[in-house]
Design a binder for this molecule. Structure first.
Ligand SMILES: [Zn+2]
Ligand SMILES: [Zn+2]
Length: 206
């Protein structure tokens, strides 16, 4: 498990996609990711690249049940422990961080400024229907999907709004055979304890 590194392109200067101000290293409870924040409190994250073995899922891994620990302790354990973290799906890592930080975010993140140069981003036509193409006047081009903006190999994740977090939690708690192998029982318990967990998700999911 390797911690996230600040990409070279963003080392000299780095701009907030939402307001264009400088982004500088901020604090977050996830020891493996990089948090960047601006003076207005917009936060963006660079997640660690999981080792290739992460796809091997946790079924076979001999994991502790963590049955008698608090949801906070479980979330911390999964986020920090190198072995557990190497098995942890990236979106689940985000959800555990959000649970521990218990911040409330009402607005959807905006992507108006180029993270590399701070220039205004404008939409341009590109062939991938799953993303929006954004480009600045210096031709840094970005793909925007949901609350993540990327320009290979750079990827910045914004702080998702509470509404999006609720949707993501509901998605994980559904009986979904693709997601199930990644969702350890202890993580399911943390998600159901989140104040952002939709009520009906806990009833149908168990
Ligand atoms: Zn900002
Ligand atoms: Zn640019």
């Amino acid at each position: 498990m390797n911690a996230a590194k600040l990409p070279e392109e963003l080392c000299a200067e780095c701009h907030c996609p939402s307001c264009g101000d400088d982004l500088s290293p901020g604090k977050c409870v996830d020891p493996w990711s990089i948090c960047l924040s601006c003076a207005r409190g917009h936060r963006f994250f660079i997640m660690p690249q999981p080792p290739l073995a992460a796809d091997s899922v946790m079924d076979g891994a001999n994991l502790p049940s963590m049955g008698d620990h608090s949801p906070e302790a479980i979330a911390n354990y999964w986020l920090s422990d190198p072995l557990l973290r190497s098995l942890l799906n990236q979106q689940l890592a985000e959800l555990l961080r959000i649970f521990l930080e218990s911040r409330r975010v009402t607005d959807e993140p905006e992507f108006s400024f180029c993270p590399i140069c701070g220039g205004t981003l404008v939409e341009y036509d590109q062939p991938d229907i799953w993303v929006r193409g954004l480009r600045c006047h210096r031709s840094h081009s970005w793909a925007l999907r949901g609350y993540r903006i990327y320009s290979w190999p750079l990827e910045l994740l914004a702080e998702p709004s509470d509404a999006v977090v609720s949707q993501l939690i509901a998605g994980w708690l559904k009986d979904n055979s693709h997601l199930k192998p990644y969702l350890h029982e202890s993580i399911r318990r943390v998600l159901t304890c989140s104040p952002l967990c939709p009520k009906d998700a806990t009833e149908s999911g168990a």
